[in-house]
Design a binder for this molecule. Structure first.
Ligand SMILES: [Zn+2]
Ligand SMILES: [Zn+2]
Length: 175
C-alpha cells in the first residue's frame, strides 16, 4: 500500500520507434494476465451449450412427505417457457414431458406442470398432492398446516381437517 510508485512513473519510455517490440505491461494486472497460462480459457462456458441446457431438466425436486423425486426445469415464480404465468410462491416447474421441445424464440406458452413449493413454515419441499400440502394464502405441509390452522377462518380450517382425514386414511390403507 505504501509504495506503488514504481510501475506508473516511467511512462515516458523512449521507445516510440520500437513499438512492435514493446508489450503493454504498464499495469500489474496486464502482467499477471500475460503470465497466467491459457488454462483459464477452458473454464469459460460455451454460450451455445447454455442454450441447450435450458431444455434439460436439471433441478432436483423431492417431496419430503411422499418421497416423490423428479427432475424439473425451473424453480421460481415466472418460468420463461410459461408466458404470462406468475406463481405466488417460488415453484418447481416441469415442462410438459409429452411436448416436443419448442424453439427458443417461440412466443406461445407451453404446457407445464407445477410440482410443488417449499412449505411456508418449515421450508421443506412438498408436492401439490393433497396428502402432502395444503394451500391457504400460502402453502403448508400438512404437519405445519395442522399446527397453524387454529388461527385460520373456519372454512379454511374445515377444508384442511377434511384433507388431513383423507390423507390419514390414504396412509393407513395397506397397499
Ligand atoms: Zn408429496
Ligand atoms: Zn412444513
Amino acid at each position: 500500500m505504501d509504495q506503488q510508485s514504481s510501475t506508473s512513473q516511467n511512462e515516458s519510455l523512449p521507445g516510440e520507434e520500437e513499438d512492435s517490440f514493446l508489450l503493454p505491461l504498464d499495469t500489474e494486472a496486464a502482467e499477471i494476465a500475460r503470465l497466467q497460462p491459457n488454462s483459464t480459457n477452458s473454464q469459460i462456458e460455451n454460450p451455445t451449450a447454455e442454450e441447450d441446457d435450458e431444455r434439460i431438466a436439471k433441478i432436483q425436486f423431492h417431496c419430503y412427505a411422499c418421497d416423490m423425486r423428479e427432475m424439473v426445469h425451473y424453480y421460481g415464480r415466472e418460468p420463461p417457457f410459461a408466458l404470462g404465468i406468475e406463481f405466488r410462491e417460488d415453484t418447481y416447474v416441469m415442462r410438459d414431458p409429452f411436448q416436443a421441445p419448442p424453439p427458443r424464440w417461440q412466443s406461445k406458452p407451453e404446457f407445464f406442470i407445477s410440482l410443488g413449493v417449499h412449505c411456508s413454515i418449515c421450508s421443506q419441499v412438498v408436492c401439490k398432492d393433497p396428502a402432502c400440502s395444503y394451500y391457504y394464502t400460502q402453502t403448508y405441509c400438512l404437519p405445519c398446516g395442522s399446527k397453524e390452522l387454529k388461527s385460520w377462518p373456519p372454512e379454511a380450517q374445515m377444508r384442511l381437517r377434511k384433507q388431513l382425514e383423507a390423507a390419514n386414511k390414504k396412509r393407513e390403507k395397506p397397499q
